[in-house]
Design a protein around this ligand. Structure first.
Ligand code: AGP
Length: 611
C-alpha cells in the first residue's frame, strides 16, 4: 500500500519523483503529493486523485530542485482529501515526511504533542510522526537523529522518507514492516517502496533491513544497521527489463499479464523438470529427498488469490505425496495459537512478498521453530528474504492489481512441489512422474490455445454487463478455481460474486438462483464430471443461466449449458492452470464493458502492507 519515492542527486528531482510515482501507483491511488527542497525551504504540492493530477500542479521555481520526496496514497486513517494526502509537515513547515504503514499509538502521541502546543491539520497517523520528528529536531538534533529518536517512540509499521529544509541535499529513510529499497546511481540515489520506481535509473539496489534508518546524499548512504557502511556486498542487481513494466501495446496491464501466461508458466518450470527421473528439481527449497520423506504435515499460508493457489496445492500435494496439508488464511493463523508439531513445514505464498498478514504468519512459524519455505514472485522481497528457503515463480513484475499470472505461476510451482514430494516419498512411480512432467511441459501451449479464443469470451462477457450477482461452482481441484473466478470478477467489475463447491450449492446458495443469476460452472471431463452435470441440471431446473467451462469436444454439455467455453484436455490435477484462464478473461471483459478501471480497481491496492 502507498508508494514512496525520494530522490537526491544532480538531476531534476520532480521528473524522477513523478515518473516513479506513476510506476508505484498500483500500490495506492487515492491522492498524491510531493515536497521539493528549494534554496532553504520546502515546496509542497498535494492533490486528491491520481499522479496525473499532481503532474498538472505548478511547482514554481522548485521545478529545478534536485532533492525531493513523493507519495501516492491508499488511505488508512482519514478519507482521501488534500489535507490528509502526504507529505505531512512538522509544526515549522521545515520538515516533510511521507509514510507507508500504520502508526498504531498515534492517538496517545498526538495527545502528548497537542499538550506541547502543537496543532494538527489532518486526521492521519502520519502527521503525528512528522510532528514528532519536528519536535525532536527542535531539540537541536540533525535529521537522522531526529528521525531515529522519533521512531523509538512509535509502535506500528512504517516505510518513511523525510526531508528537511535545514539539511540540503539529504534524505533520511527508515523501514519497519513496510518495504524500502535504495537505488544506487551515479551521483544520484533514489529511495522507493519498490524497484519499479528505480529501474529506469539504475539496476543496482540495496534492500533496507527491518529497523534500518539511512541517510542518503548524492554521494552515498550511511546506516544505523549492524553493517553501518553501505558496502558493495549489499548491492543487488535487478535483472528486470523496463519493457516488463510497460503495457506493451495492451490496453491494460491485466490483459498483458493474462496473455503473458504461456511465457510466465514456461519460466516457472524452466530448468526444474527432470524428465529422466520423472521428478522436479527445486534447488531453492534446500530439501533433500530424505528431508522430504521426513515431512509429516504441510501448512500453507497466504492471502487472497495466493490463498486460492494454496488450496489447489492442498489437493495436488495430498494426492501425489499423501502428506496432510492445511491451508490457512495468514490473517487468521497469526492470531490463533496454532498447533505446529515436529515434522511440519510451512509454505508461505505471496506474489509481492510484502503482504503484512502473510509476513506475520511466517514470523510466528519461525518463532515456533517451523521450517518456512517461500513461493514468491518479487525477488528480494521481505518474505523471500525471511523464509528459510524457497522458490521464485519467475512470473516477472505483475502490475495489474488483480493477480493473474502470479496465480498460475504459484499453482505451477505447487504442482512441481507435489511431484518432487510424491517421487521422494515413493507414492508416484517414475513412469507416472515422467507422464506428469510431459503434461506440465504442454501447459503453455494449451494456455495459448485458450487465449486464441478470447473473442468468444469477450462476446459472452458483454451479455453480463448489467449482471449484479454471479455464482461460480467447481468441485475438487476446481473448487478453488471457482473461488478465484469469483474474486477476479468482484475485484475489477464490482459485481457481487460467490464461489462454492458445486455440491454445496444445494445447502443454501440455490435459493438465489433465478433467470437473472448467471452461474459459471467448471465442468471438465474429470472424475467429478457426472456429479457436476447433475449440479448443472439443478441450476437449470430453477431457470438459472449456465456458463460452462468444458473440455474441448464435449457435446453433451452443450445440450444443457447456455454458453460453453472450451479448454484443451489435461490430466486432472493440472486443470486449474487452464480452467482459470477463461475466468480471468471473462472478468476482464465484463469489467471493461462496465467501464471500470481494470488495473486500479476502487479501494484496492496491489501490495497489502497493512493488516
Ligand atoms: C489478487 O487479485 C488480490 N488483489 C489479492 O487477493 C492478493 O492476492 C492478496 O492481497 C495477496 O497478495 P500477495 O500474493 O502479494 O501476498
Amino acid at each position: 500500500m502507498c508508494g514512496i519515492v525520494g530522490y537526491v542527486g544532480n538531476g531534476r528531482a520532480l521528473d524522477v519523483l513523478l515518473s516513479g510515482l506513476k510506476r508505484l501507483e498500483y500500490r495506492g491511488y487515492d491522492s498524491a503529493g510531493y515536497s521539493l527542497q528549494m534554496d532553504d525551504s520546502l515546496v509542497v504540492r498535494k492533490c486528491i486523485g491520481r499522479v496525473k493530477e499532481l503532474e498538472e500542479m505548478n511547482p514554481g521555481d522548485a521545478i529545478n530542485a534536485t532533492t525531493g520526496i513523493a507519495h501516492t496514497r491508499w488511505a488508512t486513517h482519514g478519507e482521501p482529501t488534500t489535507v490528509n494526502a502526504h507529505p505531512h509537515s512538522d509544526f515549522s513547515g521545515r520538515i516533510s515526511l511521507v509514510h507507508n504503514g500504520i502508526i498504531e499509538n498515534y492517538k496517545s502521541l498526538r495527545k502528548k504533542l497537542v499538550a506541547q502546543g502543537i496543532s494538527f491539520e489532518s486526521e492521519t497517523d502520519t502527521e503525528v510522526l512528522a510532528k514528532l520528528v519536528g519536535s525532536e529536531a527542535g531539540k537541536g538534533k540533525n535529521l537522522f537523529d531526529a528521525v531515529k529518536d522519533a521512531l523509538v517512540q512509535v509502535r506500528g509499521t512504517y516505510g518513511i522518507a523525510v526531508l528537511s529544509a535545514d539539511q540540503p541535499s539529504t534524505l533520511v529513510a527508515a523501514r519497519y514492516g513496510s518495504p524500502l529499497v535504495v537505488g544506487i546511481g551515479d551521483g544520484e540515489n533514489i529511495v522507493a517502496s519498490d524497484v519499479a520506481a528505480i529501474v529506469a535509473h539504475t539496476r543496482n539496489v540495496i534492500y533496507l533491513e527491518e529497523g534500518e534508518i539511512v541517510e542518503i546524499t548524492s554521494g552515498g548512504i550511511s546506516s544505523n544497521s549492524s553493517d553501518p557502511r553501505m558496502t558493495r556486498d549489499r548491492i543487488q542487481h535487478v535483472d528486470w527489463d523496463l519493457a516488463e513494466i510497460e503495457k506493451d501495446g495492451f490496453s491494460h496491464y491485466m490483459l498483458k499479464e493474462i496473455n503473458s501466461q504461456p511465457e510466465s508458466l514456461r519460466n516457472a518450470f524452466r530448468g526444474r523438470i527432470d524428465l529422466v527421473n520423472g521428478t522436479s528439481r527445486l534447488g531453492g527449497l534446500g530439501m533433500s529427498e530424505s528431508d522430504m520423506r521426513g515431512v509429516k504435515r504441510i501448512v500453507i499460508t497466504a492471502c487472497g488469490t495466493s490463498w486460492h493457489s494454496g488450496l489447489i496445492g492442498k489437493y495436488v500435494i495430498e494426492k501425489l505425496a499423501r502428506i496432510p496439508v492445511d491451508v490457512e488464511y495468514a490473517s487468521e493463523f497469526r492470531y490463533r495459537d496454532p498447533v505446529l508439531e515436529d515434522g511440519t513445514v510451512m509454505f508461505v505464498i505471496s506474489q509481492s512478498g510484502e503482504t503484512a498478514d502473510t509476513l506475520a504468519a511466517l514470523r510466528l512459524a519461525k518463532k515456533r521453530g517451523i521450517r518456512t519455505l517461500g513461493i514468491v514472485n518479487v525477488v528480494g522481497s521481505t518474505i523471500a528474504r525471511e523464509t528459510d528457503s524457497g522458490v521464485y515463480i519467475h512470473a516477472g513484475p505483475e502490475i495489474g492489481v488483480a493477480s493473474t499470472k502470479a496465480f498460475t505461476g504459484q499453482t505451477m510451482i505447487l504442482s512441481l512441489i507435489a511431484l518432487a514430494f510424491g517421487r521422494a516419498k515413493g507414492n508416484l512411480t517414475r513412469e507416472d512422474g515422467i507422464e506428469l512432467c510431459r503434461a506440465i511441459m504442454e501447459i503453455p501451449e494449451k494456455v495459448e490455445t485458450i487465449l486464441g479464443g478470447c473473442d468468444s469470451i469477450m462476446e459472452i462477457a458483454r451479455q453480463f454487463t448489467y449482471a449484479s450477482n454471479f455464482l461460480y461452482l467447481g468441485r475438487g481441484v476446481n473448487y478453488p478455481v471457482a473461488l478465484e473466478g469469483a474474486l477476479k470478477l468482484k475485484e475489477i467489475s464490482y459485481i457481487h460474486a460467490e464461489g462454492y463447491p458445486a455440491a454445496e450449492m444445494k445447502h443454501g446458495p440455490i435459493a438465489l438462483i433465478d433467470d437473472m443469476m448467471p452461474v459459471t460452472v467448471i465442468a471438465v471431463k474429470d472424475a467429478a464430471y457426472e456429479k457436476v452435470m447433475s449440479n448443472i441440471h439443478e441450476v437449470k431446473a430453477r431457470r438459472g443461466r449456465v456458463l460452462a467451462i468444458a473440455t474441448e469436444g464435449d457435446n453433451e454439455i452443450r445440450t444443457v449449458a447456455d454458453w460453453v467455453l472450451e479448454i484443451p484436455p489435461v490430466t486432472d490435477i493440472l486443470v486449474p492452470l487452464l480452467s482459470v484462464i477463461p475466468l480471468q478473461l471473462l472478468s476482464y471483459y465484463v469489467a471493461v464493458s462496465r467501464g471500470c478501471d481494470v488495473d486500479k480497481p476502487r479501494n484496492l491496492a496491489k501490495s497489502v502492507t497493512v493488516e
